[in-house]
Write a protein that binds this ligand. Sequence first.
Ligand SMILES: [Zn+2]
Ligand SMILES: [Zn+2]
Length: 221
Amino acid sequence: MKPKDVIVYNLEQALGASRCPLCHCLAAATKRYLANFLYESVNDPRIRDQLRAAGGFCREHSRVLQRMGDPLAHSIIYADLIEACCAELDQTAGDARKGHSLLRADKERACAVCQEEAAMADRYVDGLLGALRNSAFREKYRQEGCLCLPHFRQVYDRSRNNEERAFLVEVQTSYLSRLSGELKEFIRKSDYRYAHELPGTERDAWIRAVRFWVGPLDGEA
Ligand SMILES: [Zn+2]
Ligand SMILES: [Zn+2]
């Protein structure tokens, strides 16, 4: 399969589970990238040089990587990073007396996974807009599509077609009115007069609402 076809295939597979298909596909791509890093790149001095220059991974991706395990790979990575940190502390100790910051600020560094994810997100946003021109995909998206708010903004802003934008808004509004209905149902059943009613799909709507608002947390999707 060509890379474009793989993207459309992955998006199609991700539809239909009350989750943002872009979040799901990007989290899976990030896990593949990190697994590849753990198993193949950790002993590659060139890649470790890049990781040192970037100051390691960001907080979110460090946690995703740690949850994947591999104590030996982590020991190699962090022994290297800590050695570089000590060298940096040594070099800049003089500057500290002049009131300079001892270590470079995090914002000066760029997590390699964040950069990879941003490039991948661009490809997936384009892939989704391209796939929506296919009537079968479009129908499936109409039934089961729901983007998190950050990805909705990204897809909507990238679209250059008024009809396409109207379609995106229509699907998003329909999803949000269902979610809002579930949240209201949860609130209703929290009233003691209705507390005896069995819980339905609304029981985890609050989790989906947070995920909709900010995207997945710590690599979940
Ligand atoms: Zn998303
Ligand atoms: Zn990152």
